[in-house]
Write a protein that binds this ligand. Sequence first.
Ligand code: ZN
Length: 880
Amino acid sequence: MRTDTPQTIYRKDYTPPTYLVDTVELGFDLDPERTIVASRLVMVRNPDSVRNGIELHGVNLQLVALRMNGRLLHAGDYDISGDILRIPAAPDDVTLEIETLTAPVKNTTLNGLYVSNGNFFTQCEAEGFRSITYFPDRPDVMAKFTVMLRADKSKYPVLLSNGNLVEEGDLGDGRHYAKWEDPFKKPSYLFALVAAKLVCQEETFRLKDGRNALLQVWVEDGNLDKTDYAMQSLKNSIRWDEERFGLELDLDRFMIVAVSDFNMGAMENKGLNIFNTKFVLANPRVATDVDYAGIEAVVGHEYFHNWTGNRVTCRDWFQLSLKEGLTVFRDQEFSADMIGTDTGRAVTRIEQVRTLRQAQFPEDAGPMAHPVRPDSFVEINNFYTVTVYEKGAEVVRMYQTLLGRDGFRKGMDLYFERHDEQAVECDDFRAAMADANGRDLAQFERWYSQAGTPVVTATGRYDAAAGTFELTLSQSCPATPGQPSKLPFHIPVALGLLGADGKDLALIVDGANAGTTAVLELMKPKQTFRFTGVKEEPTPSILRDFSAPVVLNYPYTDAQLLHLFSHDSDPVNRWEAGQRLAMARLLKMTAAVGAGDKLALDDTFIDAMRKILADESLDSAFRENALLLPSESMVAEQMEVVDPQAIHLARQAMRKTIGSALRKDLLAQYEANQTPGEYSPDAISAGKRGLKNLALAYLSAAPDDAIYALAQRQFDLAGNMTDRVAALTALIHSAAPGAADALERFYAEFDNEALVIDKWFAIQAAAPVTDVAAVRALMRHPAFNLKNPNRARSLLFNFCNGNPAQFHAPDGSGYAFWAEQVTTLDALNPQVASRLARSMDRWRRYAPALQAQMKQALQKVSGSGKLSSDVGEVVSKALT
Ligand code: ZN
């Protein structure tokens, strides 16, 4: 959306809508060049309104006619300024009839009504509905929708909208129609339509209460061999929500539609979820284990929104985390429950922690830092962030940690009892949790209002004579934009104490037995917790299961970390100890590269890695995660002044040392973790492939002809995409003799599979050998298409975010490229451009020479004239 003067919108300025909408009847005459939208709104003055007049939103619409209670309105009866159409004088009960025109085929923003591969789709969250028709396009206006679709029958045989199909038929002139009615009132951002040539896999599914629901997965012809897993995931989601939260599907029909041009992952439109193909299509030939896991999570996520988001929605967009944080938490729990085992759960938790550190902590520490419930924004689309989603999910998880699973469920039940079919605030959710459990959660509110990652500093004191261990915890939180100082958070800190034998000690607090893991509640700036009956000096395992999204400092010795790495009963902290050991070494080696010193890795560390690698009592997936080094960008976050090339060289050197020192063990695990027979995406098999392919990656870091041959053989013989991609990556990263040929063959084989060609671009974008010139060359490849977000992300984002040593080339060529691409993309698709713009968030932390060039690139974008509010907000905050 282009605006001349981007305005900041504040949460404190919220006012209720002036009118409410009872019913909406929408008529669409669909045509790519000229779509006519007729809308009939039955409205009533809102008794709670503090202002007068009707206010409708509209963007880029051509208004044909506007009638109020049957009377045609003329200029003077209403005024349009910016995105608002105002009718100042209106009676209390009003029927508006509005006719507008749009040209969906010209819409490259993929927001509102657009055309992809000749088919019509919509994306209305957050504010896309206003580019379809004039409407009070705000989530606290909930209305009942009836939708009539008319379109050419041969081009668009399938006509879908929300709710139930109530009528369909021919119109005679080669056109046909379908009428849909949604029985539930909903905000406009949940509206959707699809008019397309598609086919579906469908199934009747029995719900817990005995009703039958029709489930459909719609895809383009030729993709029906890739819908099974999405369908299975949908059925699992429905069952899971019935069991875990007592929430049932409230519709007779639930549809998932896949589209290849999509800005985000998927969208929870009532009864008509629209998905990026990436999160629907899978079979072993084209999809990796990670893709399968993504499909399960996103199908679950969107389905769970039906209650957390749709039945209970947000009062305003500042409350976005009310639905997103909660729904991410729900999909995380769903994925963990689908695995079922304790280590399986822990591995999903480890992956969540990695995402937080990799993406959310940096956001919290950068120019776009914002609270889980922001206080202001310029462009709401910029606030679909890891903070609102993933940190928001951590906040929800902390309720469960504090209240227990049953207490959390009670809170959820009360939330729905109080707020079904309402548009509410994050505070209402917190109140339900508190009231259902008789708990005071007032201080917990700061997790919603204060940005920044809290730092918890811990110290321990063992008194052998008294048999006591005292743990002192203090907390602080760095300043963030607009928030120079912070108040203490309410932080659940899960703690265990390990004895010398590696076993958990029994915890005694205030004379009472507290099991082996206690949840301490840190509420003050500094608190001391005292454990009695401690017969030996313990090693504390602090923040088990990552019980709060904080940075923990404890003066661990290497010996203590090695002890935790070998014994902690909490798998997340066991993994964490290994990460601390690895990070310390990465930082030391990075410093050594900078100083031109010799790089060395101690045997103690290598032996610890060897022990975990060979310990077959541990799940392969856990071992894979334990052996995975912190990424280059995670190392960067730990440095005062970031030197991307030094980090890259240090990490490569470390991988090479491990690859050669552990060669025998890696080869043994490579063989032991083969998964012969038919492919299955289950967690055990995926874990084996994960460990095997990590072994291959380490081996390829110290390659010789035998390793090249191993990777080549895997590439040639792989029976699934996971092994295929891992082998191709190994060949390319190690610059194996067969690399170029493998790339070419891979392309030829999957020419017709867009999602696989995305991988082809992505692997190259992130390869250490790929420099800016190589990326530019890839952009000239006939298969590259900047307008398709998946393709743009596969090449540009993977280069700018996933190849730091090349992106931060000392000559600034990466930054110039970035500026060019952000500007070009912005003219096509501001939402995608603005995501790419965020690659420069942390520019102030780089060495002065890089910093100056990054600043220049930012200024170039910011000065390039007609910027969208999306990109404008990101670059101007980066430069402030
Ligand atoms: Zn969501």
